[in-house]
Design a protein around this ligand. Structure first.
Ligand code: MLT
Length: 302
């Protein structure tokens, strides 16, 4: 029998894939494997029995990778398993920004109790007139599973899409529509884009990648979407670029004290992968990875 500890709530659908050789527990100290979502594990001590940690999500920045490597603990993630959920929210977020939806909703709420709401709406709605995303240019920074899905969906909505990836210099992303342009230098991409969406993993080499230098290459009023990690963006530089009007709007899935409640910034509470389907898919992939490693020694997505 193997003990599998769960940190955070792991989808029961995923856990149902564990064979009868496994028991689910909360006790990390006796576990052969750990299933985790977003809990930070950097300060956690691991037992000698621990063979593997599997993240039911894409990013592994909550796991101490160097220490796991030293202690012989294999770390898995679930690439692509939540990509559709994140893609759908990013498309929705571009529309939120383009159509001034948060501002419009906040204003509509102020009309509660107004005698003739319909008349008030007719009078005031002009201030929220937006623009269409069809015909606009989207820069997709990072062409992994999510970036490719977002790029293709944006093409389907009539956008012109330019892809860039910091880890490869030729267009090699699997499944990317052939009509998506590819540029090997981000500095050539940014000046062309009305919307820019970040899909780069959080690593030492990508930390603080979006600096003043990159913000000032953007088109005036560009909309930046960050559903990857807040650490990719130097926040002070972003706020300065917004103050000057260089960045028109920032939509982020990561709440920080510096961005919360600021004009032009839409902060979502890390909802990218929060769908029942994505949670089931991620947990199922993580469970299968752990079982295949513990029983057969196979390592996938490590
Ligand atoms: C991820 O790393 O997959 C995303 O941040 C979504 C999540 O796990 O909540």
């Amino acid at each position: 029998m193997y003990n599998i500890a769960t940190l955070n709530k792991i989808s029961p659908v995923g856990l149902s894939h564990l064979s009868d050789k496994y028991t689910v527990c909360d006790d990390v100290s006796s576990a052969s494997g750990i299933l985790v979502r977003s809990q930070d594990m950097h300060e956690m001590e691991f037992s000698k029995n621990l063979l593997a940690i599997a993240r039911a999500g894409a990013g592994v920045n909550n796991i101490p990778l160097d220490r796991c490597a030293e202690e012989g603990i294999v770390v898995f993630n679930a690439p692509g398993a939540n990509a559709n959920a994140v893609k759908e929210l990013i498309i929705a977020s571009m529309l939120l920004a383009a159509r001034n939806i948060p501002e419009g909703l906040a204003w509509a709420k102020t009309l509660e109790g107004t005698e003739n709401v319909a008349k008030a709406v007719e009078k005031g709605k002009g201030q929220f007139a937006g623009s269409e995303i069809k015909g606009k240019t989207l820069g997709v920074i990072g062409l992994g599973a999510i970036g490719v899905m977002v790029a293709n969906a944006a093409v389907d909505l009539g956008m012109k899409v330019i892809g860039y990836d910091p880890f490869f210099s030729i267009k090699s992303a699997h499944g990317l529509y052939s009509c998506v342009d590819f540029m090997p230098d981000i500095k050539n991409v940014l000046p062309l884009c009305d919307y820019i969406t970040i899909h780069v993993p959080a690593m030492d080499s990508t930390k603080g990648m979006f600096t003043e230098e990159l913000f000032y290459l953007m088109k005036d009023g560009a909309v930046l979407l960050n559903f990857s990690r807040d650490t990719l963006v130097i926040e002070a530089d972003l706020l300065a670029a917004m103050e000057s009007g260089k960045v028109g709007k920032y939509v982020t899935d990561f709440a920080t004290d510096g961005t919360f409640g600021k004009d032009g910034i839409i902060v979502l509470p890390h909802l990218g992968a929060s769908t029942a389907e994505a949670e089931d898919n991620c947990a199922t992939m993580a469970v299968e990875e752990i079982m295949d490693y513990v029983e057969n020694g196979n390592i996938t997505n490590s």
